[in-house]
Design a protein around this ligand. Structure first.
Ligand code: BGC
Length: 765
């Protein structure tokens, strides 16, 4: 694969400007802090191909549904986190001409994202019509120390001046709320102006979203440094117009002079403050934090250093692999920090518009394990609480479809369904299973039984009621079936008996029955299903139908799978991949090609029920037909390959998941990054190569190192124990840096680990 992003352990580097890749690089170099974020756009004007994007977590708009043929049960709207006020903007004129890299071809260009410090920089050089050479260094960050703040530094140096007359330079720092969403369904303008002003010391733009009524205020100020000395008598012109505010300042530079503009921005919203105080809050914060870039940056970088101390995965001997995992961990921490239980993890985070910043099953199925093992358990609990708070809406959703219990939405912001393709909205019901699985996963990992009694059981019971009303009893065969579904593999729709869906539905019932039995008297009265209902659930568990291919010893993805022409992905010409950009939908649906882990997803979730041979047979059968055109796919296959001993395959799939965006595998990184699959990448190291599982209420590890690596290490939090696992080609060392003595399973053997203690053993052959 030809890479244009340089491999580096801590940085993402674009050396030499490639306008045709600009949208991809803008996605890769996005910055965020869980509260707000933006793509790696230029500060100055750029009229080439770019997606200008700034997003505030949770500030959304219900965009009216677009659909060809309305079906009863469709959602009225698709909730979108909106493109918000562009606050990084600084227009620049050099020698009277606007700087725009679409027209000025830079003679040098380097855009770098420093993942260790969370800073985006550009260093480039341009020459004007009179032969004057300017070098430009831009820096910016979105503060991890104070989430409402961002800071930009823009420095221009006149390197050479054959005219000997100097060069006029103008800076126009601005706030611009005249923005639109590229994916607006009806091209609507989602914002209205509330207030704007521009004066020395503060520029302000305050706007409100239509319909949803979120108020967002951005306040900025700027300072100027000539040859590193602050210009104290700033003679700037200030103007404002609806949704826009700017300052403008000009000076003349002589050869060797440099002029630096620093811009501090505070952004507040009515999600955190009473609507009428939002502007004042932004101004107040700005006044409090008007400090030089270097000082604000220090606080920010210190926070990142702490994040890395707790959550870095180090890989030695393979820079591409190292860069990949850090890129994933970095963006996860930029997207979701977990303090605000109203928020969730959008599949694109702050890096693009696709998927609207809404919540998908990705959170429960892919992201939860990352937060469980690397952060305070409260954060994972918050993710579960998010769904608990949406239970009522999920009940309404099931009722709208004529079903009982609760059906969680495929896509949501407020608990209401937002997805409007019938094959997914009505049929991709396996998502309900992932919500239940997350409860199970959380409780078994943390041991937090209280969660079950207080909140989890409520959700489980309602999910079971949904399954019990959605199954079809087939009297001729005496079995329960689930008809007309779409499994995780969205490359076939409206199929009968998707093995994964049947498997997880039945598991939900089984698990809930177990929980009910275990909790016994602790169960609040209103949550006790009546015995007839329990009997029905038991019957479904015992008589669920699972499609099998007995001669092959594998589970059939769905009843009709074997009627397809079975081909391997190798048979598809490279020029036709990814299929979703080349083949008609009809051809994709008829083909055997699998978008993402489906049967394998079930074998991963319910791994303790199946032996290695079963896993191997299913892997061998399905993997050659899988195109991994969902980012969520290669991580699951990587974990399974590692478990069944396919080490080089596991490594190949690891690179695919870890570098999915860096190498733009699916040719769609321009839309934004695949944030939720990044947690899957983390799992492919910790669950895949590290072999982490829960076994008999113990944390269990079975690590090995890919041949290409000298070694790797990762940290895990487990019930108050803070562990570091270091794996080399022939040895594994597990140490406990904090926590009471506890028992750990290593390759199936129990070891006791004390605080400060270490277990060191050779890797089994
Ligand atoms: C996948 C879904 C996923 C969604 C958001 C789709 O391409 O098929 O499983 O939930 O993307 O990540």
């Amino acid at each position: 694969m030809k890479r244009f992003i340089e491999t580096h352990e801590w940085q993402v580097i674009e050396d030499g400007f490639r306008p045709e890749q600009n949208r991809v690089v803008e996605s890769l170099m996005s910055l965020g802090n869980g509260y707000m974020g933006m793509r790696g756009n230029f500060e100055e004007a750029y009229s080439g191909n770019s997606l200008q994007g700034t997003y505030m977590a949770g500030v959304y708009y219900p965009d009216r549904t677009v659909v060809g043929w309305w079906k009863v049960g469709y959602p009225e709207y698709f909730a979108k986190v909106l493109n918000a006020v562009n606050f990084i903007g600084i227009n620049v004129h050099l020698g009277g001409t606007p700087l725009d890299l679409h027209y000025w071809k830079p003679t040098r260009f380097r855009r770098t994202l420093d993942m260790h410090k969370g800073e985006l920089t550009r260093l480039f050089e341009v020459v004007d019509g009179d032969g004057r050479t300017f070098s430009i260094l831009t820096r910016r960050f979105v503060s991890k120390a104070r989430r409402e703040l961002a800071c930009i530094s823009y420095k221009i140096t006149l390197e050479d001046d054959p005219t000997n007359k100097g060069a006029a330079v103008t800076f126009t720092p601005y706030l611009d709320g005249n923005i639109v969403n590229e994916d607006a369904n009806y091209g609507e303008d989602f914002w209205q102006a509330l207030d704007q002003s521009s004066a020395p010391g503060v520029q302000l733009v305050t706007m409100e979203t239509k319909k949803s009524g979120f108020v967002v205020a951005a306040a900025s100020s700027f300072s100027l440094y000539l040859n590193d000395q602050e210009v104290t008598d700033l003679q700037a012109a200030y103007t404002a117009s609806p949704r826009y505010a700017q300052g403008e300042i000009s000076t003349v530079l002589q050869r060797g002079d440099s002029l630096r503009l620093e811009k501090v921005v505070a952004v507040t919203t009515s999600r955190d403050h009473p609507a009428q105080t939002v502007s004042d809050q932004a101004i107040g914060l700005l006044q409090q934090h008007k400090r030089p870039y270097s000082e604000l940056f220090q606080d920010h970088a210190a926070q990142w250093a702490r994040v890395w101390e707790d959550s870095d995965i180090q890989i030695t001997g393979d820079v591409a692999a190292q860069q990949g995992i850090r890129f994933n961990i970095f963006h996860l921490h930029q997207t979701y920090t977990g303090e605000d239980p109203r928020l969730n993890i959008g599949p694109k985070g702050f890096t693009g518009e696709k998927y609207g910043g809404s919540t998908y099953w990705d959170t429960e199925a892919y992201c939860l394990p990352f937060y469980l093992s690397t952060r305070d358990p409260q954060i994972a609990r918050n993710l579960l609480m998010y769904r608990y708070h949406h239970l009522e809406k999920a009940q309404e959703n099931a009722a709208r479809l004529g079903l009982k219990g609760a059906l969680y939405p495929m896509v949501t912001m407020t608990g209401e369904e937002c997805h409007n393709e019938w094959e997914i909205t009505f049929e991709e019901i396996h998502r309900n299973g992932a919500i239940a699985y997350a409860i199970f996963n959380y409780v078994r990992y943390t041991g937090d039984q209280d969660y079950l009694v207080q909140y989890g059981l409520d959700v489980l019971v309602e999910i079971c009621r949904f399954w019990a009303s959605r199954v079809t009893f087939q009297p001729r065969k005496g079995v329960y079936m689930i008809l007309g579904v779409t499994g995780p593999n969205e490359y076939e729709n409206n199929v009968n008996n998707n093995w994964y869906t049947n498997r997880i539905a039945s598991w939900c019932l089984e698990y809930t029955l177990e929980v009910l039995e275990e909790l016994g008297a602790k169960i609040p009265g209103h949550l006790r299903p009546d015995p007839k209902e329990l009997h029905m659930w038991e019957d479904i568990v015992q008589n669920m139908y699972y499609p099998l291919l007995p001669d092959l010893g594998v589970f059939a993805q769905q009843d009709g799978f074997m009627d397809k022409e079975l081909l391997s992905v190798d048979a598809i010409p490279r020029s036709e991949l990814p299929l979703n950009q080349h083949w008609s939908w009809d051809r994709i649906l008829r083909s055997c090609f699998i978008k993402q882990a489906d049967v394998l997803q079930g074998l991963f979730f319910f791994g303790d029920r199946y032996d290695l041979d079963t896993k191997k047979r299913n892997f061998d059968f399905y993997e050659p037909m899988t195109v991994h055109e969902s980012s969520l796919s290669p991580c699951v296959y990587a974990i399974m390959a590692a478990e069944i001993g396919y080490k080089s395959k596991a490594y190949e799939l690891y690179l695919r998941t870890a570098r999915l965006d860096l190498d733009n595998y699916n040719n769609d990184t321009d839309d934004g990054l695949h944030i939720t699959s990044m947690a899957g990448t983390w799992m492919s190291v910790v669950y895949g190569f590290g072999g982490l599982r829960m076994e008999d209420d113990h944390l269990s590890l079975r690590p090995f190192a890919p041949t290409k690596w000298n070694g790797y290490s990762f940290r895990v939090l487990f019930r108050g124990h803070h562990l570091i696992v270091r794996v080399s080609a022939n040895e594994v060392a597990v140490s406990q840096i904090e926590g009471s003595p506890f028992e750990l399973l290593l390759y199936g053997q129990i070891h006791t680990l004390k605080e400060g203690g270490e277990i060191r053993i050779g890797l089994p052959a």
